[in-house]
Design a protein around this ligand. Sequence first.
Ligand SMILES: [Zn+2]
Length: 124
Amino acid sequence: MAVRACPHCGAEVAITGVVAFTNGVDCPKCAVCLEVTPGARTISTLCGLAAGAIAWSLASGSTSDLGGVLPTLYAFLAFGIVSALVMMFTAALRNAPALPVPEPVHASGHASAGHDAGGHGGHH
Ligand SMILES: [Zn+2]
């Protein structure tokens, strides 16, 4: 599972395939609405289209009883799967600018210091 840091509070936010279709997630810690950067969406869409085209050409080559339906089905599946996967691994999060932040959350004790930047590189 791909994980990105929340740009607002630094908490880890899981990036799943849902992001590819919903264009946003909520931070589990500060509940700020996040969205993926437009660049990642463009890349994932292009990869999905390419995968769909490849799947369509492969499927259309084989003549079967369902030859008229399967290429479209395969292309649709390939687009959805590939675009979601690419989105998971390329997505970067940013604060969603369109939605207003409801209330400034009061920082209730930054007790857990020592969680330095740079991600969790491993526990020794
Ligand atoms: Zn957050």
